[in-house]
Design a protein around this ligand. Sequence first.
Ligand SMILES: NC(=O)c1ccc[n+]([C@@H]2O[C@H](COP(=O)([O-])OP(=O)(O)OC[C@H]3O[C@@H](n4cnc5c(N)ncnc54)[C@H](O)[C@@H]3O)[C@@H](O)[C@H]2O)c1
Length: 340
Amino acid sequence: MNPSAKLRVGIAGLGRLGKRHASQLAWRIRDCELVAACSPVPEELDWARQEFGVRGHAELEAMLVDPDIDAIVLVTPTSLHADQAIAALQAGKHVFVEKPLALEASDCERVEAVARRHPAQVVMVGFVRRFDASYRQAHADILAGRIGRPFMVRSQTCDLNDEQGFFVRFSPTSGGIFMDCSVHDIDLARWMLGSPRALRVFASGTIALHPGLAEFGDVDNGMALVEFEGGARAVLYASRTQAHGHETSTEVIGTAGSLSIGAGAARDRIVTRDSHGVRHAATADFFERFGDAFQREMAAFVAACLGHQPAPLALGDATQATRIAQALARSLRSGQPEPV
Ligand SMILES: NC(=O)c1ccc[n+]([C@@H]2O[C@H](COP(=O)([O-])OP(=O)(O)OC[C@H]3O[C@@H](n4cnc5c(N)ncnc54)[C@H](O)[C@@H]3O)[C@@H](O)[C@H]2O)c1
């Protein structure tokens, strides 16, 4: 570790989320220093140099050979995650990689195998909801037995409609709606249910507003059913076309009660009652909803790299999430239930 005992971080990917992570790392996370950034897009690199005074690299390889970098944060297209995570591990760096770990479970397993050969390095996948205060409290309540034995999860990830259809162009590298959106709900469901193994899934979906998705076999509204070993079940919904805002919500049902997190997408605690009725404002996007959680997640990664606490997530969970999302994508195409 470097003498200043600060973690020196290089970030790869400066798009929608990468810019946010870069700002967090530069300004809001203790004990770390953003020292380098990588993107093939010159304007993005210029932005990072000006904003943070970091070294800029057009290629990841250049960042990986820099001995003054301890950790790499990958916020690149999902299709690149596995190979980039492996290259970073082999270069001796700690790795934070955005969700999902890869589009194929076999690629996740390749990362797991390399990680096993580098046990002193942290590898963490960005399942940000595990760092949200409400989801954490719900999980602690379930562990404390407050709803009895949890056996059912209903969870959704629903985005405000984006008329520009960013996600349409993004579909081939994101893996489609289940891999891109529902993978969060899959991970949450397994976390809340005690990490059961999935046996079988069924998925369906429809295109409500974005016909361009048909070319990629994708949909803008997807529904899914996941059957777990031991009898637990999850029902998932993902949408790209909501009118009111971003609404991530989850209900966990147990033998002695249920818990609901995030229903209604309230942006704050203001409720207006007037001649139009009763209403509240909704969160606009995932970052507004999970801004604090993104910060807590990155703080946990930095603390783990510095040896202050154990790595908070197991890579095997990321592999399971990809495996289930892959089966859902298969089911969407086949129209049949699919084994996981
Ligand atoms: N945790 C969450 O809730 C959440 C939310 C949004 C996105 N994500 C994940 O973050 C990742 C990025 O998503 P995004 O929306 O920011 O995408 P984006 O397309 O906006 O950004 C991708 C970035 O990667 C860069 N890039 C492309 N090829 C590269 C390469 N070979 N080396 C280095 N950089 C390269 C691009 O220039 C761009 O800066 C995806 O895996 C996505 O699933 C997670």
